[in-house]
Design a protein. Structure first.
Lengths: 391, 545, 510
């Protein structure tokens, strides 16, 4: 008997697979929640500059999506997440985090307020069990839409013009607004790039038709399909966190004590202690003033990307590590996100990253000074202008 | 007294643990003799050819628990040991479907979702809980269990280590750990899953080899006992030893011999000799007598103490505790030579999961009922079966095109009831054939043509396992894995550190901490204890030290 | 709007005790009870029949002294009763403090072994009582706090107690408490009625059989206060009346026939309760005698963490004990039972195997066809004679539900089983009452009609009782405590859960 392969093994095609396959000259697929997702379709540079300079299309369908409907949905969500979702009105999107009972972040994501007591939660991690647990005792139904709703991220300076050309009027959409175009399509002015951009959500089986329509609209606007590597550059420039990279979703960790509080991730602004009880509130109240480490943004000396480097303080003691580090092509800076333990995180001076580089068979190490940066590395005004510019 | 009759250490029984202890001691420079009653070595980790062309793993049949520290210290690969992981498995339903298990998490999730979307999502939390428990327990396997009643610095040290590890968990996780250790696998699975078939598939490891049901408290630990092993660091992975489980014993034996060890087969220990509370050697069934200041028994505690030692040499309280040690036969085994690969009509073509462990239990309650039968002296009407066809991966087990199948059966009592009388003696040819028929009926749920495929079959009731391997009642773990017989309670309170009330006499089999399975840990731990107590500079070397 | 220092929800035994204790420590306490009587499950009865609980075996003297009831009070000074294991051949076996005897008076050959084992377990029970009389260990964060120090001292005392036993006994203790009653009993006794009696005493009120690991703990729990069994003079309601009196004496306001529908909160702190009749009563402390799930309905689930609600949803509480009251035609003696044994505690449990076999059907939601039974002959206030029996196993989630037919079947099985040892019993019966676990649940709120609100299994004891992370009586918001049988150390008419909870509340908010 030969050694067979099993049909259930391997990556499966996503909502836009046919379209992506047509363009995937690099044949560089990676595993995103079991789907074949493009790391690079053509070349990273080409795709990244399309994103920052024209427009880009990125398939975000593998994200986990859950619909929460029922009379208690707002109450249930407010107990789940740390923000007060009552302040997110219908037609708005909110960035939220949620914690376990010890105040450790389970995941971050976006909530779409689609209608009265009708929400969609969109996140990186699988969340069905947790949402069902959270909904126990509430009149809320939880529907996993991960495989029934497709998502497409259209980002870049010409994205508005492309939607216009494709026949969608989104001129009134401000950042974090959403519009139900028809029963089959919702567009939100959101993204993972801190640039002008939109996310389009439609039924899984209507995905390819949507792609074609957008693609046609982008014919003269420099629209490119892109893979994750380009997106990753943009999100680091924007200072956004990636689950499993910049923080460890606590339900995904086998080892103990790997969790972090929102305060430790610099997301304290998302925690509202005045809204009543929410998961982890009692622990967060006591942990608010005593973070064990901080997630920081750094300007890194020199030009070598610092991803994965260990960080040392003045006394050469190891006090943290770089979670994401790149040379930013747009900001023209060497930038990084990093975990630094207290108290060095609050002093934050005299920190150095130990960067290893391999140059044609020779390993070198250099100590690069780290300078804290408080804001995102790249925040173009076009990202927020309404009505948006066409270029 | 001839010099060739004298050794530094005599190990009674050439099971994998006895050989492991012997190999470590030989490497430490001691003159070691292993005596074995059978003409072959290996105990329950044995490969034998009972039908020409086929090799059986007659007793134990898969490998995961063998500590990699031991494999490395004893250089087992150099002596021929190859362990190949198998991936996956399945439970077949009576209506022609199946649930397949994959080690690839995407495939597993897709397959679980076919049965229950909720369970597919819940699996991550379940597996995380198990993995956390594995991470917690693994460091204890190659350490001594402390005596909580003792103030000896070593015991206090081990206790402190335990407290430190427990403290490190934090109060919530410590609570989860205590809960896990005391709950039943049925309750644990019910907390996570809704689908009967998925639960039944996962529950098997909680009852293999024990006289407990899936809803008996403590069976979650038994499951952990099966998950805490690893292959090359892949925690919980199981595999085949190339050449059958005997390859493990053979490799250890080869490692032992190369370091000067001697193995004497074909005659078992008649008596462990002792005088004035000090061990002197062993007298064999064939009349030979060997002398040594240290004897390590690889036999289970009951056999060692109640059959081979003069009762007058031991304190009554100790003997009583040993008599009360629970070592219950609950498993049977079928080894089958197949003319070709059986047909599994439910399995899709080109599937990989048939290379793993296959089952036909439908629900937790069906498993629980199987236990009820055992309690009253009957083998289960619908037994839990764990069947594998290692010849798919290991070409040495069967002729080309033919296959070898191993079928583990739970529950089968040792003292079965026939005509109102419960006795192990009832296990005759007729009963063995009858249980084989029950098992074949179960198997045909998965592969209906199984009866036509059989070329030769070995049926092992608990009685055969006891008679051949020497395990009391045929218990595969040399003693139940219940709280009252684990850690500092194993085998009996006060004697959890491999020594016995006769000076120089040690226990190196699975009756000792950390218990059964082809792990080698009791053997390595016993060797460490012997070196520490019986030699002047006795520190063991290696990763298991 | 009225105001109290503390409100107790649920006037069962633990609620009364918690309230009384707080009252005696100077708190202004109100005890609110939904029904028209206090005493909860202990004194629950139907149409004036025998009460649910019909004997005392582990009522805590420490509790009595803490709530100001004299242990010598006439109600409590009933004569200890012996246990009689009924036998089909008419040679019943009598278990007394002095040993085990045949009903005709001769000493039973297993008497010494039984006495030794029982005494050993009573000794262990005495040690464990130190743990029962305080919050479970492990919850105090700082050892240097007052609570932490007390806990340390208590554990040290337990350690010294263990040390005093001597090494072998200490080791044996650590083995026995984790073991199952089947093995421990059959190690020392042959299979039969004497062993069967111990097996039965290890499973009352629980969803386990003698082979289940951890059942020795149940037996020790029962024997933890010496093992004497008494019946309060005037019945169980006389005892609960005494407790009501103690509560009133301590200044507690008792509100029967009042239902709390909401526990009010302000900024994660208890502020009061709202009752069904429209009243709002303010208080900074609420002690709930209800199981966590019911308490959570009163606060709203959203004030608890998701993990907490998951934990208390997973608490196992499957009642398995039904009460079958057989009304007798007159007070004449039971057939087949010598006169001098007429008032003793009768049990039907001929062997360990019998008890285990009785448990089997309960696992599959069936009632035992050959159940384990405990019976007392007694008179109710109206002068009627009854045989008050506890019948196991009768699972709360019986397949098909507890229909009238199913109840009738259970009553018949009960009479049939008892008649094997008391031939002709059927002729003496004038009427039957069957109180099933689901009925107990709807009458008292006890989840699954379970005596302890939560199964007394090792994974739901001590620090894990009622669930991991909820063991120190406080629950969620500041000022909310649980004081019922689901908390450490557990239920029965013992009272320690209520007492410990009151002390925990006092410590948190003096």
């Amino acid at each position: 008997m030969s050694i067979f392969t099993d049909p259930k093994l391997g990556l499966i095609p996503g909502a836009f697979h046919k379209k992506l396959e047509e363009q995937n000259r690099a044949q560089n697929w990676y595993d995103w929640a079991g789907f074949a997702a493009p790391g690079v379709l053509d070349s990273v540079e080409f795709e990244y500059f399309a994103l920052r300079n024209q427009a880009s299309l990125f398939d975000i369908s593998p994200m986990h999506k859950y619909r929460l409907i029922g009379p208690d949905t707002t109450a249930m969500l407010n107990r789940l997440v740390t923000r007060d979702v009552r302040k997110i009105s219908v037609g708005r999107v909110g960035y939220v985090v949620w914690c376990d009972e010890e105040g450790m972040v389970i995941d971050d994501g976006t909530v779409f307020h689609l209608g009265d007591n009708n929400w969609r939660l969109c996140c990186q991690e699988q969340m069905l069990t947790w949402l069902l647990d959270a909904a126990w005792g509430f009149d809320v139904s939880v529907v996993d839409e991960t495989h029934s709703v497709a998502g497409l991220s259209l980002q870049g300076p010409t994205s508005y013009a492309i939607l216009e050309a494709a026949g969608f009027d989104v001129s009134k959409l401000k950042p974090f607004d959403l519009a139900q175009i028809d029963h089959n399509l919702m567009i939100s002015r959101t993204g993972f790039t801190y640039d002008l951009g939109y996310e389009l959500w439609c039924d899984w089986d209507k995905a390819e038709a949507l792609w074609d329509r957008i693609w046609k609209g982008g014919e003269h606007q420099g629209l490119r399909a892109i893979g994750y590597e380009a997106v990753n550059l943009a999100r680091i420039e924007a200072g956004f966190l990636t689950a499993g990279v910049d923080f460890q979703p606590v339900h995904g960790t086998e080892r103990l004590h790997r969790g972090q509080t929102p305060f430790e991730l610099g997301l304290g602004r998302l925690v509202d202690f005045n809204k009543g009880h929410f998961n982890g509130r009692r622990e967060l109240l006591s942990k608010r003033e005593s973070p064990r480490s901080l997630l920081m943004r750094f300007d890194v000396e020199g030009f070598k990307p610092s991803q994965g480097s260990l960080i040392y303080n003045r006394r050469k003691k190891e006090v943290g590590h770089i979670t994401s580090g790149i040379w930013s092509p747009t900001a023209k800076r060497n930038i990084a996100l990093a975990h630094v333990r207290m108290p060095d995180a609050s002093r934050s001076s005299g920190l150095k990253a130990e960067i290893y580089t391999l140059q044609e068979g020779k390993w070198r190490t250099r100590m690069a000074r780290l300078t804290p940066v408080t804001k995102a590395f790249f925040t173009p005004p076009r990202a927020r202008a309404t009505p948006p510019a066409r270029t | 007294m001839k010099v060739e009759n004298r050794y530094d250490v005599i190990v009674a029984g050439a099971g994998h643990n006895g050989l492991t202890a012997a190999a470590y001691l030989a490497r430490a420079g001691m003159r070691v003799l292993v005596v074995e009653k059978n003409d072959w070595i290996g105990g329950a980790a044995v490969s034998r050819s009972l039908h020409e062309g086929w090799t059986y793993s007659n007793c134990s049949y898969v490998c995961s628990l063998l500590r990699r520290e031991i494999a490395r210290d004893l250089e087992l690969p150099k002596y021929g040991l190859q362990v190949i992981p198998y991936e996956g498995g399945a439970s077949f339903t009576r209506d022609g479907d199946y649930f397949a298990y994959y080690s690839d998490h995407n495939a597993l999730k897709r397959e679980m979702a076919r049965h229950s979307a909720k369970d597919a999502d819940a699996y991550r939390g379940y597996s995380r809980s198990i993995m956390r428990q594995c991470r917690f327990i693994r460091p204890f396997l190659l350490r001594d269990a402390p005596d909580p009643a003792s103030l000896h610095p070593r015991d206090l040290g081990e206790l402190a280590y335990l407290v430190k590890k427990a403290n490190g968990l934090g109060s919530r996780e410590l609570g989860e750990t205590l809960k896990f250790w005391t709950m039943s696998i049925g309750d644990f699975l019910d907390e996570h899953f809704e689908n009967d078939l998925i639960k039944a598939h996962l529950a098997g490891s909680g009852i293999i080899g024990t006289g407990l049901g899936v809803y008996s408290p403590g069976t979650a630990y038994v499951l952990l006992h099966h998950y805490m092993g690893d292959i090359d660091g892949g925690i919980g992975a199981w595999g085949f030893a190339r050449g059958g489980m005997g390859a493990i014993s053979n490799a250890i034996a080869a490692s032992f011999k190369e370091h000067g060890g001697t193995i004497h087969t074909g005659s078992g220990v008649e008596k462990i000799l002792s005088k004035d509370g000090r061990v002197e050697g062993v007298a064999l069934e064939d009349g030979k007598v060997y002398y040594a200041p240290v004897v390590a028994s690889n036999m289970d505690i009951k056999r060692t103490v109640l059959h081979h030692i003069d009762a007058a040499e031991l304190p009554d309280e100790f003997t009583k505790a040993v008599r009360n040690f629970k070592i219950r036969g609950s498993s049977a085994k079928l080894n089958i030579a197949l003319d070709r690969f059986p047909n599994f009509p439910a399995a899709p073509e080109h599937t990989s999961f048939l290379r793993g462990d296959l089952h036909v239990s439908q629900s937790l309650l069906e498993l629980e009922k199987a236990y009820d039968d055992w309690k009253v002296g009957r083998w289960s009407e619908k037994p839990y079966i764990d069947m594998l066809i290692p010849s798919q991966i290991d070409p040495t087990m069967a002729p080309t095109g033919a296959h070898m199948m191993t079928v583990f059966v739970q529950y089968a009592p040792y003292d079965i009831e026939v005509d109102g009388v419960r006795s192990a003696e009832n296990w005759d040819e007729k009963q063995r054939n009858a249980i084989a028929e029950t098992v074949l009926d179960q198997m045909s749920v998965a592969c209906p043509d199984i009866r036509e495929r059989v070329v030769h079959m070995e049926v092992r009731s608990p009685l055969e396992i006891e008679r051949e391997v020497g395990l009391t009642e045929g218990n595969i773990f040399q003693g139940e894995l219940t709280f009252d017989q684990l850690f500092f309670n194993r085998p009996v309170p006060g004697w959890s550190q491999y020594d016995l009330p006769i000076k120089g006499l040690y226990l190196c089999g699975s009756s000792a901490h950390p218990g059964g399975g082809v792990m080698g840990a009791p053997g390595a731990n016993a060797a460490r204890a012997i070196l520490r107590r019986e030699t002047r500079h006795g520190r063991m070397k290696g990763y298991a030290a | 709007m009225s105001q109290f220092d503390a409100i107790i929800i649920g006037g069962g035994v633990n609620g009364l005790i918690a309230g009384t204790l707080l009252g005696r420590r100077g708190k202004n306490v109100c005890i609110i009870e939904k029904s028209n009587r206090f005493g909860g499950m202990a004194s629950y009865s139907v149409d004036g029949g025998p009460t649910l609980a019909h004997s005392l075996y582990n009522l805590s003297p420490r509790v009595l002294s803490d709530i100001g009831i004299d242990p010598q009070h006439p109600v409590l000074s009933g004569k200890p009763v012996s246990t009689v294991s009924l036998s089909e051949d008419g040679r019943h076996i009598v278990f007394k403090n002095e040993g085990v005897f045949w009903s005709e008076g001769a000493k039973h050959p297993e008497s010494d072994a039984w006495t030794d084992l029982t005494q050993q377990l009573i000794t262990y029970g005495g040690l464990l009582r130190q743990l029962a009389e305080a919050p479970p260990p492990g919850g105090q964060k700082a050892i240097l706090s007052r609570g932490g120090l007390n806990e340390f001292l208590r554990l040290a005392k337990l350690g010294i107690g263990l040390k005093k036993l001597g090494k072998p006994e200490m080791r044996r203790f650590l083995q026995v408490v984790l073991s199952n009653v089947h093995d421990i009993v059959l190690d020392d006794l042959p299979e039969g009625s004497v062993a069967g009696m111990l097996a039965a005493d290890a499973i009352w009120g629980s969803a386990t059989g003698p082979r289940s690991p951890g059942t020795v703990f149940n037996l020790i729990y029962r024997l933890g206060h010496g093992g004497n069994i008494t019946q309060p003079a005037g019945g169980m309601s006389a005892l609960t009346d005494l407790m009501v009196e103690a509560a009133q004496k301590a200044g507690c306001v008792l509100m029967p026939e009042t239902e709390v529908f909401r526990i009010l909160l302000d900024d994660d702190t208890v502020s009061g309760v709202a009752t069904n009749d429209g009243r709002t009563i303010s208080t900074p402390i609420v002690l709930s005698n209800l199981a966590p799930k019911l308490t959570s309905l009163m606060t709203g689930h959203s004030i608890f963490d998701i993990e907490t609600t998951r934990q208390f949803r997973n608490i196992r509480a499957r009642g398995t004990a039904a009460k079958v009251n057989l009304r007798l035609k007159d007070s004449s003696p039971l057939p087949g039972l010598p006169d001098e044994l007429a008032d003793e505690r009768l049990i039907y449990a001929p062997s360990v195997g019998y008890v285990e076999a009785a448990f089997n059907p309960a696992k599959y939601r069936q009632m035992s066809k050959a159940p384990v039974i405990e019976a007392f002959k007694m008179q109710t206030a109206d002068g009627a004679s009854w045989l008050s029996t506890i019948v196991q196993y009768a699972p709360s989630d019986l397949e098909g539900g507890w229909t009238e037919t199913a109840k009738e079947q259970l009553a018949e099985i009960t009479v049939e089983t008892l008649s094997r040892a008391l031939p002709g019993l059927g002729d003496q019966i004038a009427g039957k009452q069957v109180i099933t676990p689901d009925q107990i649940e709807s009458a008292t709120g006890a989840p699954g009609g379970h005596w302890h609100h939560a199964e007394m299994s090792l994974d739901q004891l001590l620090t894990l009782r009622p669930a991991n992370g909820m063991s120190r009586y406080s629950m969620g918001p500041k000022g909310l405590f649980q004081c019922g049988a689901a908390t450490h150390p557990g239920g029965d008419v013992m009272g320690l859960a209520g007492r410990n909870a009151a002390l925990a509340a006092l410590e948190a908010q003096p």
